[in-house]
Design a binder for this molecule. Sequence first.
Ligand SMILES: Cc1ncc(C[n+]2csc(CCOP(=O)(O)OP(=O)(O)O)c2C)c(N)n1
Ligand SMILES: CC(=O)[C@@H](O)[C@H](O)COP(=O)(O)O
Ligand SMILES: [Mg+2]
Length: 624
Amino acid sequence: MLLERVNTPADIKQFSLPDLHRLAEEIRQFIIDSVTKTGGHFAPNLGVVELTIALHYIFDSPSDKIIWDVGHQSYVHKILTGRKEGFQHLRMYKGMSGFPKRSESEHDMFDTGHASTSISAALGMAIGRDLKGEKNQVIAVIGDGAMTGGMAFEALNHAGHIKKDMLVILNDNEMSISPNVGAISNYLMKLRTDPYYSRAKADIQHLLNKIPTIGDKVLKTLERVKDSLKYLMVSGMLFEEIGFTYLGPIDGHDLPSLIESLKQAKQTKGPVLLHVLTKKGKGYASAEDAPEKFHAVSPPKGPTAVKSPAPSYASIFANTMIRLAETDERVVAVTPAMLSGSGLNAFYKQFPDRCYDVGIAEQHAATLCAGLACSGLKPVLAIYSTFLQRAYDQMIHDICIQNLPVVFAVDRAGLVGPDGETHQGAFDIAYMRAIPNIQIMMPKDENELQHMLYTALRQSGPVAVRYPRADGLGVRLDQELKEIPMGKAEIIRDGKELALLALGPMVELAKQTAERLEAEGIHPMVVNMRFVKPLDRELLLDLAKRRMGIVTLEEASVAGGMGSAVLEFYAQQGITDMNVHLLGLPDQFIEHGSRDALLDSIGLNVDGIAEVVKMQWPKRKKRA
Ligand SMILES: Cc1ncc(C[n+]2csc(CCOP(=O)(O)OP(=O)(O)O)c2C)c(N)n1
Ligand SMILES: CC(=O)[C@@H](O)[C@H](O)COP(=O)(O)O
Ligand SMILES: [Mg+2]
């Protein structure tokens, strides 16, 4: 096995072309065998096997810097840079990350996870190199999906202007997670499929090469002729127009042309964009046929695993959206490239003109919703908590200042697990709560989610409904959707002495903890807070009147979270002697791992909460 001999990129430099082909086959099989066992991003990595081998064959990592946009396609890079063994624990707690991590390897130049950052980072490294008088290469590998992100164009705009030597490799497989969307994607299609342009370009190049050494002047003229022909044949060579040398498109699975093109790119001054055509899922038939389904795969459920009978929150969101859209034609859904992740495929099928996948463009998605609301529609922005971070100013400037009725369906709120720090939905309560006019709620289960969505669409201003990346509790779904009184909490069980104020999935945890404490003579009240903004003032004042201690529970950053809101409330009321303890996500980025392992690691479990309660209220006697 050649792969056994590869522990650093230098190990492949001496390989012959047949060796490199064999290595590609071995790596592809390694990914299939390993990732189908552990779960992880699958089709994207099968699509970049040859590209990554060619990159490490031509460039010298880590002195040459390779940045992987999104980074979900960096498994081949990790295999070639000495981390084969890490795949046994891919994305597991304390195991290898599924994304590039500077802390993991000297070959990982930039931590990624969110899309469209690689060109900016690469340009920064190119400027840094030149200021320090260094000579290394800088390469950004960005997919056609990530290229729909506005930030990518901000970087292209800057790079094309200041003309630093750098290489952008556009890995074009016509897919985002779903089929890629937008005019840029159509443009790339034209470049991909315009045989006339690529043939004529080859003919001209052949002609130029055939003419014995000719004076620079003539060569420059002929180059201009070639370029103007290029312009003529593919109108507005977008990348050339903004200052890049465009190379390609080339077959991203053909090692000789990859190697040849990378050599050419390496010798070309200024910013270069190499357009590489790949097949997402290459080498695994079902992934090639269904790259969306195989974008990421889950580990096989063990023989003993019981399939949860409960639907996922995302599926409840999607089904409720269909119900709401059927009865109100103003309801419109918008998603920034997460159609399947948000569960909206069926909605799109039923309402194709009321469902917009805008590409990886969260800022645009938010302000599009503002425009839709201004025209009297009821837009629902289906967006992951972590990706909503991209649209923070749009929330404030375009939606909340104008107090527009936009519903934010904030999915993946709380710990998402294996995707780690870049994807945990930790901060949305803190970053939304400070914005005037917005209302924020979170259901305790899937039945309450459907009622909250119904309630949110009946509000006259912006509302966020946040829910986790999880299956529901398997509770019965009410047939009739009903309005939940805004700002009204639900007392699950009364109690004495202290109250557990819980949000979302923490309500179930609070109930289990209360049962545990009963046996220890402690009888906590359990409250389903339902709302972060507005808080249930009446409830909080009553707790103060009853001299109750409080433990707040949320799967969100404690800093700025629901607990902070409770503290602020009492402070504003001049009630200064409340015993309030805040539990939630600590002031650190939460790494990858299963959600349960992560909750245990921060003590957000029955044991952890019970410990805090007994510490805070130690005086209870044990039952005789
Ligand atoms: C800002 C942001 N929005 C959404 C996502 C979710 N996401 C992860 S990969 C992906 C598609 C990327 O497509 P492309 O760049 O073409 O890579 P491919 O999977 O095709 O290799 C999306 C939308 C993300 N990582 N970051
Ligand atoms: C890399 C990326 O950002 C997406 O593929 C993300 O991992 C999807 O997350 P879900 O699996 O929660 O839909
Ligand atoms: Mg793609």
